[in-house]
Ligand binder design. Structure first.
Ligand SMILES: O=C(O)CCC(=O)C(=O)O
Ligand SMILES: [Fe+2]
Length: 235
């Protein structure tokens, strides 16, 4: 792993996809814990207004807040810590580890930025771990616009339309995706039985732990803590 090159690529593109970053055994363990927790038909947590307007069907779970030790296998990975420090700087810190689960037939996630991009130095780094394969058959591919973390606000408009230069990512079991929170990104509809990723979010020094409380969609800004639309956006 050439860290310098990876950091340069991350700064350029706003993301990195590293296949086989994690071995099969920790992925198998993560996978069983996630499927045990969600079972076959979990209920949605968000309000109907959010589900309708954000066009986002995900159910979050914070396993480490419940003392699930297996999720530490990823956190403790020395190469991941090294790469995180190279990207975020010395005094980075981690946020809660969050599993995001979507059911079959749901629409995935509309275009968004995880946090507002007005201050380029304040952002979250998604450290996304995939413990099962995502391909065109399962759906749920992650779509990004490379370099868009340098282009400011996601333009208002159709939440689902293809954007110029978008790249479709198809992570496999053991893939690590590092994704800057200001990158314009979305998740395609779920065709398989379910789809999930585990996100070990981290932030640079001086960034508030609630930096992702307000998320930018093409049709609104949404605040999760108050469950309110804080700004309607129109093209
Ligand atoms: O699950 C993914 O592939 C992307 C999820 C996402 O948008 C995020 O973690 O902010
Ligand atoms: Fe996101």
């Amino acid at each position: 792993m050439n860290t310098k090159l990876l950091v340069r690529k991350f700064e350029q593109d706003g993301y990195l996809l590293l296949d086989n970053f994690f071995g099969p055994e920790p992925m198998r363990r993560l996978d069983s814990r996630i499927l045990e927790h969600f079972g076959d038909d979990p209920a949605f947590l968000h309000t109907d207004e959010f589900l309708e307007k954000a066009k986002t069907d995900v159910i979050p779970w914070f396993p480490q807040d419940e003392g699930q030790n297996d999720f530490g296998l990823v956190d403790d990975n020395v190469e991941l810590q090294h790469l995180t420090r190279a990207i975020l700087g010395d005094a980075w810190h981690r946020l809660s580890c969050m599993v995001m689960f979507s059911k079959q037939g749901t629409m995935g996630q509309a275009w968004h930025q995880d946090c507002t991009p007005e201050n380029a130095a304040q952002y979250n780094l998604n450290r996304l771990v995939y413990s099962s394969d995502i391909d065109d058959e399962t759906g749920g591919q992650t779509v990004v616009v490379p370099g868009s973390h340098r282009h400011g606000l996601l333009p208002p408009g159709d939440p689902w339309v293809d954007l110029e230069n978008q790249q479709i990512l198809r992570p496999r079991t053991g893939t690590l995706v590092l994704l800057h929170g200001h990158v314009w990104h979305r998740v395609l509809p779920i065709r398989g039985r379910y789809r999930y990723s585990t996100n070990y979010r981290a932030v640079p020094a001086g960034t508030a732990a609630n930096v992702t409380d307000v998320c930018v969609y093409r049709n609104m800004r949404y605040q999760f803590s108050t469950e309110t639309v804080v700004e309607e956006r129109t093209a």
